[in-house]
Design a protein around this ligand. Sequence first.
Ligand code: AMP
Ligand code: GLY
Length: 422
Amino acid sequence: MKVLVVGSGGREHALCWAIAASPLLTELFCAPGNPGIASVARCVAIGVLDSAALVAFAQTNAIDLVVPGPEAPLVAGLTDAMEAAGIACCGPTKAAAQLEGSKTFAKDVADAAGIPTALWERFEDSEAARAFVRRRGAPIVVKADGLAAGKGVVVAATEDEAIAAIGAMMDSRVFGESGAAVVIEECLTGREVSLFALCDGTDALLLGSARDHKRVGDGDTGPNTGGMGAYSPVPDFPPALEDACLDAIIRPALKEMAHRGMPFRGVLFAGLMLTGEGAKLIEFNVRFGDPECQVLLLGMKSDLLPALQAACDGELRDFDLRRNESAAVAVTMAARGYPEAPERGSVIRGLADAAAIEGVSVFHAATNAGSDGTVLAAGGRVLTICAIAPDLGRARDRAYAGVDAIVWPEGFCRRDIGAGGL
Ligand code: AMP
Ligand code: GLY
């Protein structure tokens, strides 16, 4: 098979690494990729939102399967464009990607499917939204309806905070049109976990679950980020609970989507809150998480590629995916200043030393190749240092040994990734 992965982060590096190991693969491309990905795939300089160029490339190179990493091209219709050209694409159509692209759509589907989720209301008028907050009181959650690069959610501890968020999103339009409407929700409490299923429109296959660490600082302090680290499996989310959530959350969503004439194919990622009343849906995403993908793929025993193909072909029913009896930890190394203003261009050394440690894999998330063969930081989240081991404690030790082998004074990471799972 000739495969094209779309994206340029740590998630896509892990996807390329896993797909490159498949005996079914003949050639692997990644658009646009990064210097780490270039060690396992041929990188092509096409942006993730340039659907026309991606389709043309896939046609010219007789690509058998396209694997999109991030949500933006899916929400923009990449799968539709590929399918129109007769090319299989393992991701939801534009219509189905609304599960991530529109909070209102997702909540509507959840309610119609009887999926447990926070009570919510949608507002297109900021005055009505403020009145609702004053009536309901805090804590309360305010969400921009559209995509906002993971920054469109404010968990407000006070009414003033919620009202400020409404002003910023709806009146000042800090997220542009994504803030034309907001969803205001009941605040759930508990521990969070992310559940991942590969879906073929009808059937769902468990990929696994992981716990992300969203805030930038140790002990869950500071601003939200795209993800500072993850671990899997999650001890307080055992296999029986994973299965129960597949039945209570993922499968009803698939059924409702099929009923609406927009069958969901690809990776469905359910962000869950483990509340006193059981697991409740926080949100759907229509792709792998980053860095959750890295830990899930490290722990995967089966070949990923035929499973991705089966998802496109509607043939997951009799499919089986095996996971290793092991634990995996991913630590994000970010550039100083992340998330507000990451410094770019600093030199990173020690990558090979880190990767030489038993069980350690180094995935590039935002790097550039320097002229003299050096690796340079090129964004906020720059590297994902991952490790696998028989148990979580040892996986953590190995991942941090990997981090300590990296020589990059301008970078930082959280030191407590996975600690909560011990
Ligand atoms: P999202 O962008 O929807 O993943 O939301 C970002 C984060 O906000 C989630 O990971 C949760 O920590 C938090 N969050 C979202 N919705 C709620 C809710 N209804 N109750 C409590 N926390 C929430
Ligand atoms: N790590 C969270 C996400 O990818 O959405």
